[in-house]
Design a protein around this ligand. Structure first.
Ligand SMILES: Nc1ncnc2c1ncn2[C@@H]1O[C@H](COP(=O)(O)OP(=O)(O)O)[C@@H](O)[C@H]1O
Ligand SMILES: [Mg+2]
Length: 347
């Protein structure tokens, strides 16, 4: 499917493509990756997109270099001349190999310096995943390139917006990137009318009579999030005609995302995992203020809870862009949160 709408976002990227860093934020499934793909195709500048989604929490050097190698391999035709000249990089058929240990090792900063010999755009998709043991090395390399590699434009995208800001260190004077200007583009959901138009056009292109009644349900439930609209439309096209069934599948998907999050928290603290679940459930069922969330969680636990610990739980969910102002940013997460089972704590 072609990119629908998003003229403003595309234009914002193209208009700012000479800047050292562009940041693209917005919740998951809002269309960030789709936008940068189209924008970079249109910009006519060689580019690499490094997809950071698969980086595990405490990723190591081998993981990061594998990711960068894969990305460079995908853009090999455009960068082959530059890559050929870099010591420590070898090209094996269609694959780029980067040496990260030993005498000919290539640091991230060196890699940027070499790529800077040509005009290039380097996009880190879901850049908040770069947080971890190597984050200061990556940040120092970005800061170095910001100052010295004027041929490189970086695009950083992030679904977990607070975590991305934490990583970049926007508000942290000790971050290498602190105080540097970067242009931010916030990707918003489709309006109601655009959602209808988007779906109608999609069905029309596939030669399917648009299902008026179900279309209304899609627009109503998925709140202008293109990823869900596409998900629902695809299910319909595959023959699932029951709206509830489609929606349930979407909820199951977000449910497993939330369960993963809670499981990850439980590795550090079972109490935190339990409180996170409670906060999610309370907000999902209408506790839309600090006072109400506190009351709701305390009611459940039967104890008075330290405001600091609860506020940390709320802030963590905000940094993940799951909630803002005690509301879910994606209605599917809200539905999933209502059904979370409360983990027991081990003390
Ligand atoms: N403007 C758009 N036009 C057509 N499809 C879109 C658009 N935005 C998003 N999509 C579809 O929605 C899904 C999620 O979009 P994606 O770009 O992966 O979101 P994000 O990177 O923000 O998580 C993809 O399948 C994509 O094809
Ligand atoms: Mg994406």
């Amino acid at each position: 499917m072609d990119l629908f709408d998003r003229d403003w976002e595309l234009n914002e990227i193209l208009r700012n493509i000479e800047r050292p860093i562009i940041v693209v934020t917005g919740i998951r499934r809002i269309g960030k990756t789709s936008i940068i793909n189209v924008a970079l195709n249109e910009a006519g500048i060689p580019y690499v997109i490094i997809d950071c989604r698969s980086l595990r929490d405490n990723y190591g050097r081998a993981d990061l270099y594998r990711l960068i190698s894969n990305a460079l391999s995908s853009s090999l035709d455009k960068l082959i001349d530059v890559l050929r000249m870099i010591r420590g990089i070898s090209i094996m058929g269609n694959a780029v190999e980067i040496r990260w240990r030993g005498k000919e090792q290539v640091s991230i900063a060196e890699l940027f310096d070499r790529l800077n010999e040509r005009r290039v755009v380097i996009a880190f998709d879901e850049a908040q995943r770069l947080r971890g043991p190597l984050s200061s090395e990556v940040l120092n390399a970005l800061a170095h390139a910001y100052d010295f590699d004027r041929n490189i434009t970086f695009i950083l995208t992030g679904s977990e917006v607070g975590l991305l800001y934490d990583f970049i260190g926007v508000e942290d004077p000790s971050s290498p990137l602190f105080g540097r200007y970067f242009h931010e583009i916030v990707v918003e959901r489709f309006s109601r009318d655009d959602s209808v138009e988007f779906l109608m056009r999609g069905f029309r292109e596939l030669g399917i009579d648009e299902p008026r009644n179900i279309l209304e349900d899609f627009v109503e439930s998925f709140d202008g999030i293109p990823g869900w609209l596409v998900y629902a439309a695809n299910a319909y096209v595959r023959g699932v005609r029951d709206f509830v069934e489609i929606k349930e599948a979407a909820i199951r998907e977000t449910m497993s995302e939330l369960e993963n999050l809670i499981r990850a928290k439980a590795n550090y603290s079972t109490i935190n995992a339990r409180r996170t679940t409670l906060v999610l459930r309370c907000i999902a069922t209408g506790s839309n203020s600090w006072t109400k969330v506190t009351r709701c969680v305390e009611e459940f636990e039967g104890v008075s809870i330290s405001p600091t610990s609860l506020s940390n739980v709320v802030k963590a969910l905000e940094r993940l862009s799951i909630i803002r102002d005690y509301q879910f940013l994606d209605p599917m997460y809200r539905e999933a949160a209502m059904r979370l089972s409360i983990p027991t704590t081990i003390t």
